[in-house]
Design a protein around this ligand. Structure first.
Ligand SMILES: C[S@@+](CC[C@H](N)C(=O)[O-])C[C@H]1O[C@@H](n2cnc3c(N)ncnc32)[C@H](O)[C@@H]1O
Length: 251
């Protein structure tokens, strides 16, 4: 079962040879400006959102965590900073350009011994069952071609009793704030992307991909369908983003 997309987006995916190829190409093109654009678009709030998400992950000492769609590594870095001693993270992403920027950052921050970045596909994770003490992702789920497959894979590689945390842009629940948010996202962000990143289309995709992404209660239901229990979500910043948390049951 694939994530539906608007006909406009479907055409773009088809022209690129499929959604994964389109997404990889797009992040490859914007990798250089990705971190800067995040700070500008969110006025720095993305750091707070990631900090909130990794607090929900609550990795203790000596744990091994996975960051799916790690990109330039910011969520994995936040996770290590809030985790217990000797905890390690593996970040997986299918865009080599994003990983290259991430690796430079890890060297600069002296974190390369605690965070390993690997090329891989979030829909087919190259790890045995029950490997990780926590699995997280930020701004990735919208980009998956097959959301249920991505959720099933995260479930599979988690140890029983461990948590999955997902930070993603969502649809703000309030009508007025929601309308203002969509206007900002649909009109201003692509312009900013054009000026800073020389890519109007890539940042227009951000809004287009949200339009067809499940709302927070629906994503909760999808997580439950994948097997997660005790699933809950937190709206942050008026519901601009949501952090979903689920647990892999012990039996
Ligand atoms: C919006 S970026 C988020 C990066 C990072 N998580 C962050 O917090 O900034 C989305 C990332 O997901 C990656 N991605 C999308 N689909 C993927 C898949 N199926 N497998 C691996 N990586 C994927 C993209 O390459 C991109 O780096």
């Amino acid at each position: 079962m694939t994530t539906p997309a608007s006909s406009d987006l479907q055409e773009q995916f088809q022209a690129a040879g499929g959604k994964p190829t389109y997404v990889r190409g797009m992040f490859g093109r914007i990798a250089r400006v990705y971190d800067l654009m995040n700070r500008l678009m969110t006025a720095g709030l993305d750091r707070r959102w990631r900090a909130f998400a990794v607090r929900q992950l609550a990795l203790g000492a000596d744990a091994l965590g996975l960051d799916v769609g790690t990109g330039t590594g910011d969520l994995a870095i936040a996770a290590i900073r809030s985790a217990g001693p000797r905890t390690r993270m593996i970040g997986v992403d299918f865009t080599t350009e994003m990983l290259a920027i991430g690796r430079q950052k890890l060297e600069r921050l002296h974190l390369a011994d605690r965070i390993e970045l690997r090329q891989g596909d979030g829909e087919h994770l190259d790890f045995p069952d029950a490997t990780f003490d926590g699995v997280c992702s930020a701004f990735v789920m919208r980009n998956l071609a097959d959301l249920p497959a991505g959720l099933r894979e995260q479930y599979r590689v988690l140890k029983p009793g461990a948590r999955m945390v997902c930070l993603e842009i969502t649809h703000p629940p309030g009508a007025l704030f929601g309308a203002a948010f969509h206007l900002y996202f649909d009109r201003l962000i692509p312009l900013l992307g054009k000026v800073v990143g020389k890519s109007f289309e890539s940042y227009r995709y951000l809004h287009q991909s949200l339009a067809v992404f499940p709302r927070a209660p629906e994503l909760k239901a999808r997580m439950e369908s994948a097997g997660f229990t005790d699933v809950r979500y937190h709206y942050l910043t008026g519901g601009v983003v949501a952090v979903h948390v689920g647990t892999k049951p012990t039996v």
